[in-house]
Design a protein around this ligand. Sequence first.
Ligand SMILES: Nc1ncnc2c1ncn2[C@@H]1O[C@H](COP(=O)(O)OP(=O)(O)OP(=O)(O)O)[C@@H](O)[C@H]1O
Length: 232
Amino acid sequence: MLKLTGAAVDPLWSGLDLEVGAGEFLAVLGPNGVGKSTLLGAVLGTRQLTSGTVELTGRVGFIPQQRMFPMDLPMRARDLVSLAVAHGTVRNRRASKARVDGLLAEVGAGGIGSRRVGLLSGGQQQLVRQAQALANDPELLLADEPLLSLDPARQAATVAKLNQWRRERGMSIIFVTHGINPVMDVVDRVLYLAPNGHTLGTVAEVMRTEVLSELYGAKVDVINVDGRLIVV
Ligand SMILES: Nc1ncnc2c1ncn2[C@@H]1O[C@H](COP(=O)(O)OP(=O)(O)OP(=O)(O)O)[C@@H](O)[C@H]1O
């Protein structure tokens, strides 16, 4: 599905060897500016590697980092999802209606299809982006902080849905996040990018005081508070 070998985007990260298999849920963590979004760009082909290779097979869906739609964008939520279903063309509008409604309902946005996207709340716009990303029934979903702007209930619902899709459809997921806690129970592996390098492993292997202190080159504590991991 996805294989990076000796991949680097100077000066952010280098020597990255990563294979993501069908149905795998990988969380990518790390501080601001370390190159998490850049990694997704490298997979999508919008950012060039400075060395190494990316091999990718299959359909890819992308939930970009939250950016608000312009307030005066003259499109409804359903129009944007419809374009994604039609791969950017406006043919077969009628044929895609059921599919568009199904996608919006699936992400919990069934009631907002007819509203102008620019006038939706941040969280509602995020749901529209989820529906867009699912339009081509992706085999690999790249999600860049998809829980931003969502309330706790919708965050939990989103994580549960992603987990369901990867189990039922074998969809692989690369999930960029600032916090491990919302996805702690569903991730298979964590890729932690940090100023002094990166590490890849299970939550138990990566989210440890010694491991993160070495990656940051400074003392970092990983504290377990009632099952939630806090990095300080
Ligand atoms: N197209 C680009 N060309 C050159 N540099 C870029 C480009 N896009 C981002 N950068 C820079 O690369 C660095 C890493 O950015 P990136 O968005 O990948 O970080 P991130 O880990 O996702 O950060 P955050 O957690 O804040 O979203 C930043 O310093 C950013 O300014």
